[in-house]
Write a protein that binds this ligand. Sequence first.
Ligand SMILES: Nc1ncnc2c1ncn2[C@@H]1O[C@H](COP(=O)(O)OP(=O)(O)OP(=O)(O)O)[C@@H](O)[C@H]1O
Ligand SMILES: [Mg+2]
Length: 243
Amino acid sequence: MATNTEYMLQAESVIKQYRQSESVITAVNRANIKIEKGEFVAIIGSSGSGKSTFLHICAGLDRANAGRIIVDDTEITKMGADQLGRFRGENMGFIYQRHNLIPQFTALENILLPTVMCNKPDMSYQESLRELVEHLGLSERLHHLPSELSGGQCQRVAIARALINNPQILFADEPTGNLDRTNADEVLKLLLKIRETRGQTLLMVTHDLAIAEMADRIFRMDNGILTLDRDYKGGNKRTIDSY
Ligand SMILES: Nc1ncnc2c1ncn2[C@@H]1O[C@H](COP(=O)(O)OP(=O)(O)OP(=O)(O)O)[C@@H](O)[C@H]1O
Ligand SMILES: [Mg+2]
């Protein structure tokens, strides 16, 4: 992928509306953001404020009614479905709040799924897989079905699936939202450690202010309107026991 810009992600005047019988809900209302390469940005905001809708649009999982999304220097809002699917597979990883693993597939098959859909000839999946399985502590569980794994293990499999293609940008929608505190912290530490090693850009939606506080910048979504809440860039801050 070409790298002519300092930004990994740019969203410009993104609007998303849902029509429900007579009324219209504006879930995202002219949202703008520019995220630098390697930056960790958190989005906070109350339930129903439009965080997931915006994240899905940025990741090309949903279409906006208006506005542009540019990843590195490629405008994904102009792409057709097939081209977008390939681009996503090669450049973007997504971690859902609920792991969204395929129940009939083993942990290993779930992790390798994105490799089937993308075409990165020079990429060594084996190496990526080895690193992820080791870091995420999954080696004993690779041949189990999601129903045979704990919530924390399922979420670690979902993280491995999002990272297997070594995407440049990672999107996470409350990645530890349905785990207890201890499990959530443990899974999050693993995610942040791998991201740091690989130098990936991260855009994460979270309810948890303690987690958001580790980001370089925090944005707040309020009724579809996105604003900068805090800027810690250059502060070198890292907590949750420094991973
Ligand atoms: N497919 C849909 N059809 C109609 N309305 C929708 C749809 N998806 C989301 N909405 C509405 O858009 C608004 C924003 O929803 P969204 O899921 O983005 O919120 P959120 O900030 O992620 O909330 P939460 O913190 O609870 O996950 C809400 O009012 C929601 O009801
Ligand atoms: Mg949400």
